[in-house]
Write a protein that binds this ligand. Structure first.
Ligand SMILES: Cc1cc2nc3c(=O)[nH]c(=O)nc-3n(C[C@H](O)[C@H](O)[C@H](O)COP(=O)(O)OP(=O)(O)OC[C@H]3O[C@@H](n4cnc5c(N)ncnc54)[C@H](O)[C@@H]3O)c2cc1C
Length: 397
């Protein structure tokens, strides 16, 4: 079925879809499988920092994305108890000038829909939903995957396999990485509040980060500003895998009690009716990712905690680098994979570690929280942004 130049991608998440578009641009055929029978509008906000937005724009998606994104003008860091602003880092035009691409926030469903429309419109990409890739074997000429739908089993052949099958990747296991994800003993609660139900300053185009003791809160507008994405992260032993368990508003409000949480953040938490939650997991960086013409991409390779807001961005970066390496070594996909991995390992490991570190800092209590306040107020906005130059200033090269 597949042509001699078909690359197979397992997983049509943010990473898999971006990789399909980036690889097809270089003249390869691409076949994408996703186990989900429909790619529904699941998830909430995702941050597209300049390192990611520049890639999506280069793929020709800027116009479509601009219909959905919000460009926050600043990052505001607040003390949950006093509501005092501890730091403001400029984003908007300042970040765009500094990094050469915009800082955007978007609903995950909108991002996936824009990618999906482009994939469906591309003559060299075939997307098959409701098919789970279960195994693969490779030889000198390429790779054969074994997949299954509720009705049938199938095999497909290609020149290379990209496992973009997310945090719980089974193909990662088939590549010999048997360790389970590491449970972070925290749960992220997410909800969308109608913007017009909130006071004007909470609707402003800004990323807001509230620091409390052993809990924090992030909110920013999505869907062109009509909805406010709210994410509340608390310590918890609940550890079920998955992205979308139902959560009770009363339960999350009880975790963000007065006086430790002042009226404004509590008003944000009280606004949405429906909540969903997911248990947080990550993994330690891998020394080696793939084998032969098979490799990992996105969360399957380097899942990270959400404290750096880089899960989607790192998957998008992976896609751009992998496509370029495949184009550079058209007839040698296995060599292209190793070069891609070599290019990505250190950077993604740095992001994983930085996310973990932020997680510790965000949830400090007592003296630690006091020191954090001192450091934040002393550092000031522009310098706070400059600390992320290594992250946001990155280009695919
Ligand atoms: C439904 C869903 C909701 C999410 N919601 C949020 C959110 O609200 N906030 C947030 O920060 N992050 C969320 N994420 C995670 C976020 O999208 C990723 O961290 C990030 O975008 C990296 O993307 P990825 O492509 O590597 O993995 P993902 O976006 O997780 O995509 C992996 C894809 O692989 C598919 N898949 C898995 N196994 C197989 C297989 N064996 N064969 C074929 N297909 C397979 C899955 O169905 C999924 O579509 C969500 C992920 C999913 C899948």
């Amino acid at each position: 079925m597949a042509s001699s130049r078909t690359v197979i991608i397992a997983g049509a998440g943010i990473g898999g879809l971006t990789a399909a578009l980036a690889i097809a641009r270089h003249g390869f055929g691409v076949t994408v499988f996703d186990q989900a029978s429909r790619l529904e509008e699941i998830g909430a906000g995702i941050q597209l920092s300049p390192n990611a937005s520049r890639i999506l724009i280069a793929l020709g998606l800027g116009k479509q994305l601009r219909r959905h994104v919000v460009a926050p003008q600043e990052l505001r860091v607040m003390n949950a108890r006093t509501a005092r602003v501890l730091a403001r880092a400029p984003l908007g035009a300042v970040a765009e000038k500094r990094y050469g691409a915009p800082y955007w926030v978007i609903h995950r469903g909108d991002l996936q829909a824009v990618l999906l429309d482009a994939v469906r419109a591309h003559p060299d990409i075939a997307l098959h939903l409701g098919i789970r890739v279960e195994d693969f074997a490779f030889d000198e000429d390429g790779v054969t995957i074994a997949a299954r739908s509720p009705q049938r089993r199938l095999e497909e052949r290609g020149v290379a396999l990209i496992a973009a099958d997310g945090l719980w990747s089974n193909l990662r296991q088939r590549l010999g990485h048997r360790r389970e994800p590491r449970f972070a003993r925290r749960t992220a609660w997410r909800a969308l509040a109608p913007a017009d139900a909130l006071m004007p300053e909470l609707r402003a185009p800004a990323v807001n980060l509230w620091f409390g003791t052993r809990a924090h809160l992030v909110h920013y507008p999505v869907r062109s500003g009509s909805l406010i994405n709210v994410v509340a992260i608390v310590g918890d032993d609940w550890r079920e895998p998955g992205w979308s368990a139902a959560g009770e508003r009363a339960e999350i409000l009880a975790r963000y009690r007065a006086p430790m949480w002042s009226a404004v953040p509590r008003a944000i938490l009280a606004a949405p009716e429906h909540w969903q939650k997911w248990a947080l997991y990550d993994r330690a960086p891998l020394a080696q990712w793939g084998k032969g013409p098979a490799t990992l991409l996105g969360d399957a390779a380097h899942p990270m905690l959400p404290y750096l807001a880089q899960g989607a961005a790192m998957a998008i970066e992976d896609a751009a680098v992998l496509a370029q390496r495949l184009a550079d070594a058209r007839d040698h996909p296995a060599a292209a994979m190793r070069r891609y991995e070599q290019h990505r390992r250190a950077r993604t490991a740095r992001a994983q570690r930085a996310a973990r570190r932020n997680g510790m800092v965000y949830q400090l209590g007592g003296a630690g929280a006091f020191l954090r306040t001192l450091a934040l107020t002393a550092i000031g906005g522009e310098r706070l942004l400059a600390r992320y130059d290594w992250l946001y200033g990155w280009t695919p090269g």
